[in-house]
Write a protein that binds this ligand. Structure first.
Ligand code: SF4
Length: 546
């Protein structure tokens, strides 16, 4: 599918915040030349402003800021790589990243422990297999997320692979959109489930089918203005129906509206979600139509999935006869280079010839695609022999974690290792619990672990124990997306980190004992009397000594 050429001159007034001035002095994309220069002159020579511009290429200072180490986030549009690309990603983790190559909630890989002198080689290795980090962070278009089983899902409305590629190609390295008011997140999917979370992306394109004059039409809808962090907003649905050819122009003009009308005067209000909250969807589409001098087809009957989640784990049939995909769990996204290399090797060995593809999911797992039926049993055995989990427990299936205090400068709490530890504890101590559950951890209010949309969300906090600052978590329950989308609510503040597993255990017991027949956890959290539940979460009083 070839993309139409679209161009709209910049027409915005920069704000006077330090971030706006920084972008006007030098475009974020121009810092690439400086990265190569600093690779020669060393960490101490890096200008403070350029540290901020480094983000346009996915480069952040690792905690602590003066350590000389960096984090690097890659771009993987739609999360899909070949085994050759995965091999390169694994090599970077092993050769430069102390073995770390964590999976993010935007379907990419994040490295740690990198030094400035290593970036030329890392960028060259990525470029050699058609990959980039351009726009991975900064006030630019972040990795465009997509359905990890697009094109192979038996139930999808429409395969969005082509339009996702068009949008990614159009917005990557495009100086019309390299100075946006703030970070800009897009997801594009044609599936029925909406696991690509259009509700919490700045722009979420989703599959849509309708019958017009007795004829079935398959296309897309668009949500605009979602986002999490300390002021979470659910996206609003534009009243339009898009054909596949309409999607790129619609995303282009939605981006132009954000670029030119987003609130640049206050960094804390610069995300698209604040513009949408002020304008509403009718004004937003009217502005898109005014600047594009075109109309999109109107549509008003939207039905969103009741359960917009899938981990895509385990062995599942593809729409292509005789082919299967196998989802492998990596709790909290923690992966090591040798594990990524193993995935590359297994894909190359077991996938159908020429179809060796692996997908990163936004639940921080990996999927091996296009496995012929005759190879499935051998692949399952090899996965098990190598310690990989493809048939995961309910706790493992739904767990998500941000980076946390291990590497992140904003973190208040340790998250990833705690998440992995919690999953193990729940598997041992709460085996009675037999339903799907999503437990998410964020180390601070920025919500990279998407705690607000989890069944049980934890947000890093600090409390005092005998006067000593001690790691804790605010515990929230009841978040969900899709039909009846809502953010979760605080049920217990400042749970000591060491008590998290006991508190979750009490919650699961209370649910098990008090749920209505067949009542899902999400429905239970909405119905239950919160005061009674809060009381049930308290540590039982110690028995009096006789
Ligand atoms: Fe860092 Fe906070 Fe994001 Fe976690 S949620 S990665 S602690 S900024």
């Amino acid at each position: 599918m070839s993309a139409p050429k679209l161009s709209t001159p910049r027409n915005f007034t920069p704000g006077d915040t330090p971030a706006e001035k920084l972008k006007m002095v030098k475009d974020g994309l121009d810092v690439i030349h400086d990265i190569y220069r600093y690779a020669e002159t060393g960490f101490a020579s890096i200008a403070e402003d350029d540290f901020d511009r480094f983000k346009w290429y996915g480069v952040y200072r690792q905690r602590p800021k003066n350590s000389g180490y960096f984090m690097l986030r890659t771009k993987i549009p739609g999360g899909r790589v070949t085994s050759a690309q995965m091999k390169v990603l694994a090599g970077i983790a092993d050769d430069y990243g102390h073995g770390f190559g964590d999976i993010t909630t935007r379907q990419t890989v994040q490295y740690h422990w990198l030094t400035i002198d290593q970036f030329p080689d890392i960028f060259a290795r990525l470029a050699a297999v058609g990959m980039t980090t351009s726009g991975a962070c900064g006030d630019d278009t972040r990795n465009v997320c997509g359905c990890p089983v697009a094109g192979i899902d038996k139930n999808e409305i429409i395969d969005a692979t082509g339009v996702l590629a068009q949008v990614n190609e159009h917005l990557t390295d495009n100086r019309e959109f390299s100075n946006l008011p703030r970070k800009y997140k897009i997801s594009i999917s044609g599936c029925r489930i909406h696991c690509t979370q259009p509700d919490i992306n700045c722009v979420g394109v989703f599959g849509l089918e309708r019958t017009v004059n007795g004829k079935l039409e398959k296309g897309y809808g668009m949500k605009v203005g979602g986002g999490l962090s300390s002021s979470p907003h659910l996206a609003k649905t534009l009243p339009i129906f898009m054909t596949p050819e309409d999607v790129l122009p619609a995303v282009h003009y939605a981006s132009v509206v954000y670029r030119d009308h987003g609130f640049r005067d206050k960094r804390t209000r610069a995300r698209l979600k604040f513009l949408m909250a002020d304008w509403g969807p009718d004004k937003y589409i009217a502005k898109m139509e005014e600047i594009s001098n075109r109309k999109w087809q109107r549509h008003s009957e939207f039905q969103f999935p009741v359960d917009p989640e899938s981990d895509h784990l385990g062995v599942q049939e593809q729409k292509q006869p005789g082919l299967y995909y196998v989802g492998v769990s990596f709790a909290g996204g923690r992966t090591r280079g040798h594990q990524l290399a193993a995935m590359a090797e297994l894909s190359a060995r077991y996938a159908a010839p020429g179809k060796d593809e692996i997908n990163f999911t936004n639940k921080q797992n990996l999927i091996l695609l296009n496995i012929p039926e005759k190879n499935v049993d051998a692949l399952k055995k090899e996965l098990t022999d190598r310690g990989f989990i493809y048939e995961a427990s309910n706790f493992r299936r739904g767990c998500v974690s941000c980076t946390g205090i291990e590497f992140c400068n904003l973190a208040i709490a340790e998250t990833k290792n705690r998440m992995i530890q919690l999953v193990g504890e729940l598997e041992r101590e709460c085996s009675f619990y037999q339903d799907k559950i999503r437990i998410h951890f964020s180390g601070c209010p920025s919500s990279c672990g998407q705690h607000q949309v989890a069944d049980i969300g934890f947000r890093g906090a600090v409390t005092r124990v005998n006067g000593v600052p001690t790691e804790a978590f605010d515990m929230m329950i009841g978040g969900k997306l899709g039909h009846d989308a809502r953010f979760n609510e605080l049920i217990k503040g400042k749970v000591l980190a060491r008590d998290v597993h006991k508190t979750v255990g009490r919650l699961l017991h209370y649910y098990q004992d008090n749920r209505l027949a067949d009542e899902a956890f999400a429905d239970f959290t909405r119905r239950v009397n919160k005061d009674e539940l809060k009381a049930a979460l308290e540590e039982p009083a110690a028995a009096p000594v006789a």
